[in-house]
Design a protein around this ligand. Structure first.
Ligand SMILES: [Zn+2]
Ligand SMILES: [Zn+2]
Length: 142
């Protein structure tokens, strides 16, 4: 079964080859700056994203983010090297979605709270997971 989502204005569409219900939440400062709150996303490496108003912004030395230039909806985040594509959960209907994990949980500011996810990862744990992976991709890049 496929899932289909779109931005607020409908110009950018996202198709998932399979149903994905696990919502992953990021509390990092960049995501909060990007969308004025925790970013909620589905990890979907095979998502097909299309639309004339899609723009990609290099948000850091290793990652890029896509958004709609017409309505401003946040569309995706992915590393420049690697397959880990995440798309905004809000592009899809909320039916069946489940809170699965929180990352950069220690960066969550005090002014909001949410039901704790089954998996919570701190910024140190994220660095330990990602730095070796990214370093290896950089040195093995052709
Ligand atoms: Zn749009
Ligand atoms: Zn983030």
């Amino acid at each position: 079964m496929t899932m289909r989502g779109s931005c607020l204005c409908g110009s950018v569409t996202v198709r998932l080859p399979e149903t994905e219900k696990s919502v992953n939440v990021c509390h990092c400062a960049m995501c909060r700056n990007w969308c004025s709150g925790p970013w909620m996303a589905l990890q979907v490496p095979d998502a097909q994203i299309s639309g004339d108003t899609l723009k990609v912004y290099k948000s850091s030395g290793f990652a890029e983010r896509g958004f709609c230039t017409s309505c401003g909806s946040n569309i995706f985040h992915r590393p420049q090297l690697g397959p880990e594509l995440a798309v905004s959960a809000g592009l899809f209907g909320e039916e069946g979605l489940e809170l699965a994990s929180e990352i950069f949980a220690d960066r969550k500011p005090d002014f909001y709270d949410m039901t704790p996810a089954p998996i919570r990862k701190s910024s140190i744990r994220m660095a330990l997971e990602w730095l070796p992976k990214l370093a290896w991709r950089l040195i093995s890049r052709k």
